[in-house]
Design a protein. Structure first.
Length: 209
């Protein structure tokens, strides 16, 4: 009888090998940036830590700034949970039919993102990209995330009747801010659970009434 190979035994496809190489480079760069700083870390050092050729790093990310952007995306969108985390969460939120449960699940996911952003900003320090293109990319991602909540509440006919879609977005973006989360959890002694419970109550009141 011929032995059946498990999925883990089969040869990796070219796409899978490429994804693994990319992940190794991102992880190596993140470790080096946090250990030595963004400016002091060279692409050669990143390649050595990742176990790849230097030209592979350049071919994959082109520039160190491009690599930092990939690290930021990883930190924000999935961290150790993997790149599919955001897609899975968004599917679950779109399938949620109860408005209150929707807000609770959205806040839970947002707290995870804010926690990773706080750690990322602290680790990167002055290396964090503040050019207009990077800021615009962050804002687009933020607005898409907030829009998911407001769109779903609207579809469930759960938005307060005095709120337009645009005003609801303004309310949510004004309440859920990285700097406020950092202050509460790092300076004021709130736990992440404290913040989640409080923000769920506030958003429920302000968006649903």
């Amino acid at each position: 009888m011929t032995a059946v190979k498990s999925k883990s035994d089969r040869p990796l496809s070219r796409r899978e090998r490429s994804a693994q190489t990319r992940a190794r480079i991102v992880e190596a760069a993140y470790r080096l940036f946090t250990e030595h700083g963004y400016e002091a870390t060279t692409m050669r050092a990143i390649a050595t830590r990742a176990g790849v050729a230097e030209q592979t790093v350049y071919f994959t990310f082109r520039t160190k700034a491009g690599l930092l952007g990939a690290i930021e995306d990883r930190a924000v969108l999935g961290g150790e949970q993997g790149p599919d985390w955001q897609d899975r969460i968004e599917r679950e939120l779109r399938a949620e039919g109860d408005a209150q449960a929707l807000i609770e699940r959205w806040v839970d996911a947002t707290a995870s993102v804010l926690n990773r952003i706080t750690a990322f900003v602290a680790a990167m320090g002055a290396g964090l990209q503040t050019d207009p293109e990077s800021i615009d990319r962050r804002n687009r991602g933020r607005d898409q995330w907030f829009g998911l909540l407001v769109d779903r509440l609207s579809a469930l006919n759960a938005l307060r009747p005095d709120l337009t879609h645009a005003r609801a977005l303004d309310v949510a973006r004004g309440l859920v801010r990285v700097d406020a989360y950092q202050d509460m959890t790092r300076s004021f002694g709130w736990s992440e659970g404290d913040w989640r419970a409080w923000m769920t109550r506030v958003l429920s009141r302000e968006l649903m009434g």
